[in-house]
Design a protein around this ligand. Sequence first.
Ligand code: SAH
Length: 275
Amino acid sequence: MRSMKIHAAIAQPGGAAGSTRAPGKVWLVGAGPGDPDLLTVKAARLLSSARLVLHDHLVGAGVLALLPRDARRICVGKRDRRHTLPQEETNALLVELGLAGEQVVRLKGGDPYVFGRGGEEALALAAAGVPFEIVPGITSAQGMSAYAGIPLTHRDHASSVVFATGHCREGGAAPDWAALARPHQTVVIYMGLGTLPAICRQLVAHGLAADTPAAVVEQATTPGQRVVAGTLLTLPLLAQAQAVAAPALIVVGEVVRLHNTLGWFTQAASARPNG
Ligand code: SAH
């Protein structure tokens, strides 16, 4: 089994392989959307003293730079459909390390419980009796909202917000397009870039006007952030013409118009007031 091999490779000499050792603990930590300044104080504290870290591809270099230089790191994450470790193996590896007495920081992009499969990992730990804690992170929709100047709600434009995924499990339920196409609502779609034309088409087919404002935001909160804004009709071609790449969020609703006025974030603007 692959996870066993990985564990064998990272086990400390004379360390945790025996079965008599007390269980360790796993912290499922949200790394936020990219800008390391958006980590919680708790996440930053855990990272600064981490000995063993399992992280996703999505976790940026700026966050990983906060780890002690000699911390052991394993990249288990996924980028779109290219998985480094299948989810079941990641779950099994976490359980195995926890039972072997390791203190593990499981670092996940954004928030662990928002499209991050943190729920699956926590359930596996709970089933095996491995103690764990969840450290929330700023989910990318919130980071995007703040840094792209697109408030998720606004009394004049949106009284509800929905986070949805554009990438459903094979054979899984299709999105509830009618619910996503409700008026006075902001919809943020994770993992949707690959199906952007179909998403825009479905939202119009289910009742949203073709000129409803919509945007894709690439690498939100990082120096590489790009906002491509248009309408449900124009966005697919605009995104293609500008070669928008993952990670990116799709945001749909009247609030997208506010980006022109509220989009404050540039690299220069992110400088600290005193430094
Ligand atoms: N747990 C994460 C989401 C993981 S799913 C969170 O809370 O944000 C991966 C998807 O998140 C990507 O396909 C993309 O849609 C979105 N994403 C993550 N980081 C992003 C970023 N910095 N900018 C834009 N989208 C991002």
